[in-house]
Design a protein around this ligand. Sequence first.
Ligand code: ASP
Length: 424
Amino acid sequence: MDRSTLTRNILIGMALGIALGSILHAIGLADDNPIMVYLVDGLFDIGGKVFVISLKLLVVPLVFVSLACGAANLGDGASMGRIGGKTVLLYLATTAIAITLALTAARIVDPGTGINMAMASDFTAPPTPSLKQVIIDIFPSNPIDAMAKGNMLQVIVFALLVGIAMAKCGEPGARIKSTLDDWNEVIMRMVMMLMAVAPIGVFCLLISLFSRMGFATIQELLAYFFTVAGVLVLHFVLTYGALIRFLARLSPVTFIRNMWPVMAYAFSTSSSNATLPVTLETVEHKLGVKNEVASFVVPLGATINMDGTAIMQGVATVFIAQAYNVDIGLVGYLTVILTATLASIGTAGVPGVGLIMLAMVLQQVDLPVEGIGLIIGVDRLLDMMRTAVNVTGDATVATIVARSEGKFDEDTFNRRDLPGTYNI
Ligand code: ASP
């Protein structure tokens, strides 16, 4: 199957999953109905879970191998430092823009006025790690442990060190590098094999999710829901569109066309981490970003850059403040921008983690953490949408950095007969 057929099939799988799932939900079959037991909770649930597990399976090996090779290819510390600096700066800047847009929109819409406080029920705050601990935890004491736990930042640090050392130690380094290059090819091929079954995986995930998803709470939270959704779209179109157009000097339309499948994965899995193999494959083979840049910028972004999540947190903070009738003032809003931007560092891109980070943000501005109970009912759907924005942000920054470093292939970016065969 070629790439455009795959993209089309993924979108069909998505549409069918959402439509059939919503129909099943509307019919309201009992839990012990055979369709629910054998299909929705049986076949489709198994299919969806195995699909996500298989994506996750590839994350650690892919990040390690591809980043070690990328770092070794860069060779000198100076370009690595420059790329690292630009990446972190762009990640922080885009997140700050995202949350500022969110706070502004929420202040205009006022989604939290007249809210029924009885809904704020049983959400208890998780313990908040200190900034000091977050920094210490970036460094691994045991690479195997870091890989086993899927601690992305620690895996990134280890891979960078291996890559730098490989580049520095001549013959032995070159030998290991050539083996890792081969591994990189093999694991990328596994990603492509898995992508071949994505239409089915995405269908299974979405049909089981939508047949269970209650939309009742959305009605009570329409203003909140649409403010978050609206700002997600705004940030996606305006911020990323402008960055791709003016900083990368490329067509935003082509960019989005190339990114569709990745967004579909992110939407279906609600996890930037699980989507990572596909993001990396697309950023390299479809957007045209060279491995040296992609292998560093994309995994880092899946962990530390969450613009969509920051948008939810901005709107949610205003919403909860209004629901509880608290004015957090200008200093409060600035604190929200700062904390939400920092909170995303060191938190893995997995489903629902945005709410846990929101607890940290609320605590910083002395808002009641139980307020999260107010919005939890609509968070599943918003999580899917914001994860799609999160991964697009990573790809946007990777494209800009690669372009500015001359590590970009414009022909690949513009190519319509998309490269790559996807089969199992
Ligand atoms: N699910 C999001 C992600 O993986 C994080 C979140 O906002 O909960 O990027």
